[in-house]
Design a protein around this ligand. Structure first.
Ligand SMILES: Cc1ncc(COP(=O)(O)O)c(C=O)c1O
Length: 389
């Protein structure tokens, strides 16, 4: 039977990148000796007070359809949190609740982009951007943040990519996989381009709470940007809540009618008990991420130190997030080949960073979302494998 042409637009390299990871997860569940360093899922439990508020809501019968854009209490907690963090005035009407940053990006791209529009996304970029941005028929124009510029944005490259068809620009700060936190100067230069060419900016800020060096700045807070920016975020990383699927988009109030229409047919609201838990996360448990961040920092340094024992490996120490990027080209291996050979020889799964964009070809992403002992063992296996190459 025939399926739609949309299926082509959602089956790019992004989907293929997870192959080794999926094999490793399966082997792990069957009790094999594998170490999964290929996923960005925090190993921490969701803080108990958040779980408790979901449990309580369930017990009280909060199991019915909930308001489609998100409950007022949650939207207002998100608005207050964003306003406090960014200084951007934010009200309930600026906030739309979605099933994670992923779903917020998917929805935003359908609302902002027309068939044939060009959307610039700075790569390396999260692997599912490609499908999310293109599924409605827009054309993705990846712009490199080159490795030899430490994966930082190059404004002239962005400007060169803008055409009369460009409708939007997508940025990720802090970045996955590189951990780069954009500076005020970089964001201001991007904002200037967006204003000059009348572009929307979609800003993925899901790693805001896990910054080790540098300071987070929301591009929406720069002059003239709030009205053209959609900021997407979630509790997945900040509160170790990846499986709860709770996130949001914040943008001009005129978008909420369109988000409403889309969510009515796509999602019909998130479960009420999850929304209650999210309110607890953003109020009572707002600082839960601080302790996690300290542990990530310790792990980052642990991993960087262990990997430094492989003499031809270039290790990029991240400013933020939960990944270390390493350049494996010194060993004469492509990054895809490296990931496959490493996994089959040692049981350690890492992710081919080339799947995040051409500028990360030859690099692999190693997550530090496991405890110290397992991380050290994983790194030792990697170093031993490289020393035998
Ligand atoms: C940059 C980036 N955006 C979005 C997501 C998806 O996050 P969520 O769980 O909020 O959908 C991830 C997940 O790793 C990510 O790294």
């Amino acid at each position: 039977m025939k399926v739609s042409s949309l299926t082509d637009r959602i089956s790019g390299e992004g989907a293929a990148a997870w192959e080794i990871h999926a094999q490793a997860q399966r082997a792990l569940s069957e009790g094999e000796d594998v170490i999964v360093l290929s996923v960005g899922d925090p190993d921490f439990p969701t803080p108990p007070a958040i779980v408790e508020s979901a449990r309580q809501a369930l017990q009280e019968g909060d199991t019915h359809y909930a308001t489609v854009p998100g409950r007022d209490a949650l939207r207002s907690a998100i608005a207050a949190d964003f306003q406090k963090q960014s200084g951007v005035p934010c009200e309930i009407n600026n906030v739309y609740v979605f099933a994670g940053t992923q779903n917020a990006l998917f929805s935003t791209s359908l609302i902002l982009l027309d068939q044939g529009d060009e959307v610039i996304a700075l790569e390396p970029m999260y692997v599912s951007y490609e499908a999310s941005l293109q599924l409605g028929g827009a054309i993705l124009v990846p712009v490199a943040q080159p490795a030899d510029n430490n994966f930082r944005p190059v404004i002239s490259l962005i400007e060169q990519a803008i055409t009369p068809k460009t409708r939007a620009l997508v940025i990720t700060t802090p970045n996955n996989p590189t951990g780069v936190v954009m500076t005020r100067e970089e964001l201001q230069a991007i904002a200037t381009l967006a204003i000059k060419h009348d572009l929307w900016v979609i800003s993925d800020e899901v790693y805001t709470d896990i910054i080790f060096e540098g300071e987070h700045l929301s591009i929406a807070s720069l002059p003239g940007m709030a009205e053209r920016t959609v900021t997407i975020n979630s509790l997945s990383k900040s509160h170790a809540m990846t499986g709860w699927r709770i996130g949001w988009a914040i943008g001009p109030a005129m978008l909420s009618e369109h988000f409403d229409n889309l969510a009515l047919c796509m999602l019909y609201g998130l479960p009420g008990f999850i929304q209650e838990a999210a309110v607890t996360a953003l109020t009572d448990q707002r600082d839960a991420s601080l302790a996690m961040r300290d542990i990530y920092l310790r792990r980052r340094d642990l991993v960087a130190n262990e990997l430094a024992k492989a003499s031809r490996l270039t290790v990029l120490t991240p400013q933020a997030a939960m990944y270390v990027m390493v350049d494996v080209r010194g060993y004469g291996l492509g990054s895809d080949e490296f990931c496959r050979s490493l996994y089959h020889a040692t049981g350690v799964s890492v992710l081919d960073a080339g799947a995040f964009g051409n500028s990360a070809d030859g690099w692999v992403r190693i997550s530090f979302t496991l405890g110290d002992d397992v991380l050290v063992e994983g790194c030792r296996r990697i170093v031993k494998f490289l020393n035998e190459c």
